[in-house]
Design a protein around this ligand. Structure first.
Ligand code: MGD
Ligand code: MGD
Ligand code: MO
Length: 644
């Protein structure tokens, strides 16, 4: 039997929709839809108070939209419950970097990777997931840089590396500690930097002491010689860049993983200098900017802490409001609050949590139990199909004016180049229209007016006028002055000899190995890790509608040895079962995998909902789920399907 597995085509939203008395979504006028959206928020606030509301803000939309979305949450609804998919993604990077350096941004510019000597790509498949950055990496390699790839799979990125360290999933801390120990024992520590700019070195040296090369080889599966080579290459390099992504962060101890990597940069002084740095490559086009704009529960725009009374007072004066002096709920906590029935209304802008959350069946059940769900998107997603009101937005990347901020903290202008379809309206306009219905006289003439309000409140952005952004083709934060150009890298202060100018010391993280929560055993013997392919994007909403013979759709990927042992052939439909649920998917055989390891994407949830399998085991510091480590078994099914 031949199954049709063409990816689902999502219709572009052209008109507002509201849920009718018969339970179906039907087309509505803007007036009716906005009034329904506002009435639900008004009702929730009156009955349950401000904290029964939460906003999910779109990491693909502009800075201006994210600024207005968090302002709506704080001023109109009176809560700090605002978050986004940053939580499922790089929240551990932000938490780890902030704890060590006082700022959550990556430290370097893309260009620096072209002029560095050693590049560590750790838990990152940049060749697929960050192709623009990877062009800079390739230039670096052409200029003589050596790249080391640390990934359980021999990925497309790893194929460009000098050496691939194929570690067991969830063993990054032992590997990092063994590298640290080797650097110490080989006398390659940058003592001058460590003494001057860091604290906690002695305790760190003691902590990593048990992680000999052979102890690490036993736990990580990486040969001792390969660990030693990487340690010497990284520590001896004049300049080195350490880049990581979700292979590090999407674990129940993601923030600890990040700290373990940052330790290596402190040990060697590979930070705070041009060409050397630590760099989480961010996920969405504007996930950096969303956080910078305060669309996170603990920070006001410009990373100003909610608990900082002076900062709060400044915003309260400009916004004419009272801001709650406590952190709001993270995305993770919002889903827990839905379970407990304390979160009643959600305004979800450009996110598809019904399919992107770990343990998606549980997530969808929680969303369905809300009193009031408003979804504002460009496509009719699964989450939108569950909503009471659906509002059609313009696409930030082609139909909207504003700015976005990339992984190197560069703010760049985007412009409306296409006419939006049907009655779609700009995200910012829609939020303002709802704010007006809730009694706030909000009007912005254009995106520049929003940006100028933000600039006046955020010292890091103050120097970036639209004119200057245009003139310099983007500027990186921090940019406090309208006259000077910002530095392209962060934390040069750590190299200052004068302690007053050097500021707070960077602290070694004393983190311990903690294996994945979802253990493999006789019933669930395979380690499933999930991630991305070049040809598709996240939950498939935005990439779903293009069909190409190069696109494979969803498979469970196994190594040849496991496929043979299980007696399954390429293309054969199998059941994949975890402790949460089961899906049916065809088999793909991939020698890039190591025995015991299986791989699936998250790109085709309407055909194969991979997140039914994943586990909601969250990092206690950042709230990120362990998408990268589930335990599964593969069962043969009777039907053998042939894929087209
Ligand atoms: N083409 C494409 N590009 C994208 C996206 C997309 O969907 N498609 N999504 C964007 C988004 S939102 C993000 S956040 C980024 C993500 O970008 P990446 O993080 O690079 O993408 P992933 O494939 O999720 O995961 C990276 C790697 O982590 C490895 N890994 C798994 N477990 C472990 C582990 O325990 N240790 C280590 N060291 N590695 C491990 C996986 O094998 C995988 O190769 O990509 C962005 N870019
Ligand atoms: N199994 C597994 N699950 C994962 C991950 C994994 O590695 N494995 N990774 C996690 C990560 S890193 C991420 S970031 C999340 C992503 O999770 P989500 O953010 O929930 O998923 P996306 O598919 O990126 O959804 C983006 C939505 O934004 C809409 N959109 C795009 N542009 C605009 C705009 O300008 N305005 C509006 N209003 N809407 C717009 C799109 O139509 C789409 O519906 O998934 C997480 N889930
Ligand atoms: Mo992401």
């Amino acid at each position: 039997m031949k199954k049709n597995r063409q990816p689902k085509q999502y219709p572009r939203l052209t008109h507002p929709l509201v849920r009718d008395t018969n339970g179906q979504l039907r087309q509505a006028s803007w007036d009716e839809a906005l009034e329904r959206a506002a009435a639900g928020f008004r009702r929730t606030r009156a009955a349950y108070g401000p904290d029964a509301f939460a906003m999910l803000s779109c990491a693909r939309a502009t800075n201006e939209m994210n600024y207005v979305a968090q302002k709506f949450t704080r001023v109109v609804m009176g809560t700090n419950n605002v978050d986004s998919c940053n939580r499922t993604c790089h929240a551990p990077s932000v938490a780890g970097l902030s704890a060590v350096f006082g700022s959550g941004g990556g430290t370097s510019s893309y260009e620096e990777v072209e002029h560095t000597d050693v590049i560590l790509m750790w838990g990152s498949n940049a060749r697929f997931a960050h192709p623009i950055f990877f062009q800079h990496v390739l230039k670096g390699i052409r200029n003589g840089a050596r790249m080391y790839a640390v990934d359980p799979r021999r990925t497309s990125t790893a194929q460009w590396a000098e050496s691939w360290l194929g570690l067991n999933v969830g063993t990054d801390i032992p590997l990092a500690h063994a590298i640290g120990r080797e650097i110490i024992h080989a006398g390659l520590v940058n003592r001058a930097f460590v003494d001057r700019a860091t604290t906690g070195y002695e305790a760190y040296a003691e902590l990593v002491e048990p992680w000999t090369l052979s102890a690490a080889e036993r736990v990580t599966g990486v040969p001792a010689a390969a660990i030693r080579e990487l340690a010497h290459a990284y520590a001896s390099a004049e300049r080195a860049q350490l880049c990581w992504t979700l292979g590090i962060t999407e674990h129940h101890n993601g923030t600890d993983n990040v700290r373990a990597l940052i330790n290596l940069s402190l040990l060697t002084g590979h930070v705070g200098r041009w060409g050397a740095g630590v760099q989480p490559l961010r996920g969405q086009n504007n996930v950096q900017g969303g956080g910078d704009m305060g669309a996170i529960p603990d920070k006001l725009p410009g990373f100003q802490d909610i608990l900082d009374t002076e900062a709060r007072t400044k915003f309260e004066t400009t916004w004419q409001t009272v801001i709650q002096p406590r952190y709001g709920m993270t995305l993770t906590e919002m889903f827990e609050a839905m379970e407990h029935g304390t979160l009643k209304a959600v305004y979800c802008i450009g996110e598809n949590p019904a399919q992107s959350e770990a343990d998606s069946e549980q997530a969808a059940r929680r969303l369905a139990a809300l009193d009031h769900l408003v979804v504002q998107d460009i496509f009719l997603t699964k989450t939108a199909r569950m909503a009471d009101v659906v509002l059609p937005a313009t696409a930030a990347w082609a139909e909207t004016d504003g700015t976005t901020t990339n992984s190197e903290r560069r703010v760049q202008r985007v412009r409306a180049a296409l006419k939006p379809p049907g009655e779609a309206r700009e995200d910012t306009d829609i939020i303002c229209a709802i704010a007006q219905l809730l009694g706030h006289d909000w009007k912005f003439a254009d995106s520049k007016e929003v940006w100028d309000e933000l600039r006046a409140l955020s010292p890091d952005h103050y120097g970036m006028t639209y004119d200057r952004l245009e003139e310099h083709q983007g500027l990186q934060w921090p940019c406090p002055s309208e006259q000077e150009l910002p530095s392209s890298f962060l934390h040069a202060r750590l190299w200052e000899t004068d302690p007053a100018r050097r500021g707070r010391a960077a602290e070694f993280g004393l983190v311990q190995h903690d294996p994945p929560v979802d253990l493999t055993d006789g019933d669930y013997p395979l380690r499933l890790t999930t991630g991305r392919r070049l040809d598709s994007y996240n939950t498939g909403v935005q990439s779903g509608s293009y069909a190409s013979p190069l696109r494979r759709g969803e498979y469970i990927e196994l190594c040849p040895e496991d496929a043979e042992r299980l007696g399954v052939a390429r293309g054969e439909e199998v059941r994949v079962v975890s402790r949460r649920g089961a899906v049916t998917a065809p088999v793909w055989i991939d020698p890039a995998l190591r025995p015991g390891l299986a791989f699936m994407t998250m790109h085709f949830p309407d055909e194969v909902d991979t997140n039914r399998l994943t586990v909601e085991a969250n990092c206690p510091i950042a709230g990120t789920a362990e998408f990268k480590a589930s335990a599964v078994r593969v069962e043969k099914t009777a039907v053998v399907a042939v894929r087209s």
